[in-house]
Design a protein around this ligand. Structure first.
Ligand SMILES: C[S@@+](CC[C@H](N)C(=O)[O-])C[C@H]1O[C@@H](n2cnc3c(N)ncnc32)[C@H](O)[C@@H]1O
Length: 286
C-alpha cells in the first residue's frame, strides 16, 4: 500500500480501514437484499461504470464479477474506480482478471477530458465523512460531467442526523456528541443525502428511486448498528491520531479517551448504534 495517510480525508487509510470497508460492503449487500444495483438501473443499459471514492474497489469488483450472471446478454463492460488516494486500491489478481482500472482522482477537481461523457453509470458510496458540505456542489458537477446523456448516478449514504446511540449510557451520548461536534467543526454535512437530492434536482436530474433502510427493520441482527459502530471507531481513531500530533502533553486527550472508551464498550457489546442508510438513483437528461 502506498500513500498511507491522506491529510485531506478524515478517516484512516490503512489495512485496518481497508478491512472495515470490505466488511461494511458485505453488511450492506445483506441490507440491500443481496443486490449491488437497485432495480431502477437496467443493467443491460450499463456498459461503462465509474465508482468514485472507490476505497478498496470492493463494490466495483463485486459488480464486475456478478454482471455476467445478472445480465442474460452479457457483453464486455468497462469498469473504472477513482479515489483521492491509492492506498487501498486492490493489487490482487482478481482485479486484473476482471480488467478493472483504478486511478487517483480528487472528485473536487475536474476529471481528465478522456472521461468526459464516458460512463453509463457513476456510483458513489459513503462520502459523508469525505466531503465538506460546501464542496458537494462542485463534486456533483464533476460527477455529472463524466456521465453520458441518459446516464445513471447511484449514490448511497448515511444522513448522520439519523444516527443514534440508544443504550442509554452517558458514555454513548458523550461519544455521539463528540462525533457531531467534530463533523460540524470540519464542515462535514450531517444530511448529505438531502443535499445530494437537492443538487440532483437543481441540475435537471430525474430521481428514479429513493430507498431508506432503517436499523429497526433488522431487529435480529443489528446490521446497520454493526455498520455505524466501526465507522465511528475509525473516525475517532483518526481524530485521536490528529490530536496526538497537535497535543504536546503525554496525557491522552479527549478524543483518544473517547476512542478507547468506544473500543472497550463496543467490545463488550454495550453500545447500541442505529442509523438509516439511503440509496438514491438519478438519470441525466438525454
Ligand atoms: C468511507 S470510504 C468509502 C469507500 C467505498 N465507496 C466503499 O463504500 O467501500 C470513502 C472513500 O472516499 C475517498 N475520498 C475522500 N475524499 C475524496 C475526494 N475528494 N475525491 C475522491 N475520493 C475521496 C476516500 O479515500 C475513501 O476511500
Amino acid at each position: 500500500m502506498a500513500n498511507l495517510e491522506n491529510p485531506a480525508y478524515i478517516l484512516p487509510c490503512d489495512a485496518t480501514e481497508a478491512e472495515r470497508l470490505n466488511q461494511q460492503h458485505n453488511l450492506l449487500f445483506r441490507v440491500l437484499g443481496q443486490r449491488l444495483l437497485p432495480s431502477s438501473i437496467p443493467l443491460e443499459k450499463v456498459h461503462s461504470v465509474a465508482d468514485v471514492g472507490t476505497g478498496t474497489g470492493i463494490w466495483l469488483q463485486s459488480l464486475a464479477s456478478q454482471a455476467p450472471q445478472l445480465s442474460p446478454n452479457y457483453d464486455q463492460r468497462y469498469y473504472h474506480g477513482f479515489d483521492i488516494g491509492d492506498a487501498q486500491f486492490p493489487s490482487d489478481s482478481r482485479s486484473e482478471d476482471l480488467e478493472l482500472k483504478f486511478t487517483t482522482q480528487d472528485v473536487l477537481k475536474p476529471f481528465p477530458r478522456v472521461f468526459r461523457s464516458r460512463f453509463d453509470l457513476v456510483h458513489v458510496r459513503l462520502f459523508s465523512f469525505a466531503l465538506q458540505e460546501v464542496n458537494l456542489k462542485i463534486a456533483m458537477e464533476n460527477l455529472l460531467r463524466i456521465l453520458k446523456p441518459g446516464g445513471y448516478l447511484y449514490w448511497e449514504d448515511t444522513n448522520w442526523t439519523s444516527v443514534k446511540e440508544t443504550s442509554g449510557l452517558a458514555e454513548g451520548s458523550a461519544i455521539k456528541e463528540a462525533i457531531f461536534r467534530n463533523m460540524r467543526s470540519r464542515g462535514l454535512s450531517s444530511h448529505i443525502i438531502d443535499i445530494v437530492h437537492r443538487l440532483g434536482l437543481e441540475n435537471g436530474l430525474r430521481c428514479l428511486s429513493k430507498a431508506d433502510y432503517h436499523s429497526d427493520d433488522y431487529p435480529d441482527v443489528n446490521v446497520l448498528g454493526a455498520l455505524a459502530s466501526p465507522a465511528i471507531e475509525a473516525f475517532l481513531r483518526k481524530l485521536s491520531l490528529n490530536e496526538r500530533l497537535t497535543n504536546n502533553s503525554e496525557e491522552p486527550g479527549e478524543l483518544e479517551t473517547l476512542f478507547k472508551l468506544h473500543q472497550e464498550l463496543n467490545a463488550k457489546g454495550l453500545l447500541r448504534w442505529k442509523e438509516t442508510f439511503t440509496t438514491v438513483v438519478y438519470q441525466t437528461p438525454f
